[in-house]
Design a protein. Structure first.
Ligand code: ADP
Ligand code: MG
Length: 281
């Protein structure tokens, strides 16, 4: 148990995000290694603080092998710190930078674990809203887990439309750009948004680059929104298997009402049929 922040010795920086810095830290008494995410409120904006509190509340609630574990939360006037399990191999983004592309076998294992994580979260009524390579972390065993609940929320009752437009634009589903399409029972569209993002990630892993716009194209905001909402043809990598293509198409179905559900996708041959191979090389 980590009783106090002073029990933790900073060793190095693991990553920066929009909201803060993540350090590799050592627990002085036990020598165990953790990741410490520090969210500072320099300018004391209440929205930043509210978001951090929300992230802390979600982290305290979740307990799953598919979600990065949080061991302690330290809350002060200037910052909130989360002591999390250290994911030794960094993020899927790091892995993609290193290997350029992954094999279908490896991607299938990644997809399966993310789906299991999303299934758990959705049962807890939590939408992640920011599924992307830098928020999927990998440990020494090669297990992928979902991290970063910075823009997530617990879905209760009606939507609060003001904060629905959060997360990273490139991985957002078409309906998130169009308030007229929001709705459905129990915010079903919000859950379907996480499935879309997974589809983008899966396709990116095989193509080796962000898949919805051409390699040479400038990824400005307008081009992105256009590709996401109106792009007609999905460019599948040559030599990709029929299972892969079908899986990605079910995730990247533009109309969220027709998109694959988590349960359907967990039964999809792309993830269910194969022996799971976890070897990032
Ligand atoms: P942000 O909300 O700022 O995006 P994240 O929680 O996504 O913060 O963390 C930013 C980066 O820090 C990640 O992309 C990853 O590279 C690294 N990181 C975060 N948590 C861990 C962890 N538990 N173990 C190892 N690296 C981590
Ligand atoms: Mg992040």
């Amino acid at each position: 148990v980590i009783n106090d922040l002073s029990d933790l010795q900073k060793l190095s920086v693991l990553g920066h995000g929009n909201s803060g810095t993540v350090y590799k830290v050592r627990h002085r008494r036990t020598s165990s290694i953790f990741a410490l995410k520090v969210l500072r409120f320099d300018h004391n904006t209440t929205t930043v603080r509210q978001q951090a509190v929300r992230e802390a509340e979600i982290l305290k609630r979740v307990d799953s092998p598919y979600i990065v574990r949080c061991h302690a939360v330290f809350d002060s006037d200037d910052d909130i710190c989360f002591a999390m399990e250290h994911m030794e191999r960094g993020s899927l983004q790091d892995v993609l930078l290193l290997h350029k592309v992954l094999s279908e076998e490896v991607i299938s294992g990644v997809a399966r674990r993310v789906l299991q994580g999303l299934q758990y979260l959705h049962r807890m009524k939590i939408v992640h809203r920011d599924i992307k390579p830098s928020n999927l972390l990998i440990n020494a065993k090669g297990h992928v887990k979902i991290a970063d609940f910075g823009v997530s929320r617990v879905v209760v009752g009606k939507h609060d439309s003001c904060d629905r437009f959060m997360g990273t634009c490139a991985y957002m589903s078409p309906e998130r750009f169009d308030p007229e399409k929001w709705g459905g029972d129990h915010n079903a569209d919000e859950f379907a948004g996480d499935v879309w993002s997974l589809g983008v990630v899966v396709l990116e892993c095989l193509k080796g680059h962000y898949p919805l716009i051409g390699v040479g194209e400038k990824p400005d905001w307008a081009a992105l929104v256009c590709a996401i909402c109106f792009g007609e043809k999905l460019e599948m990598p040559e030599n990709s298997s029929p299972e892969f293509r079908s899986f990605v198409r079910r995730c990247l179905e533009k109309d969220w009402r027709n998109r694959g559900t988590i349960n359907e996708l967990l039964d999809h041959p792309f993830v269910s049929r194969r022996e799971i191979l976890i070897d990032f090389g």
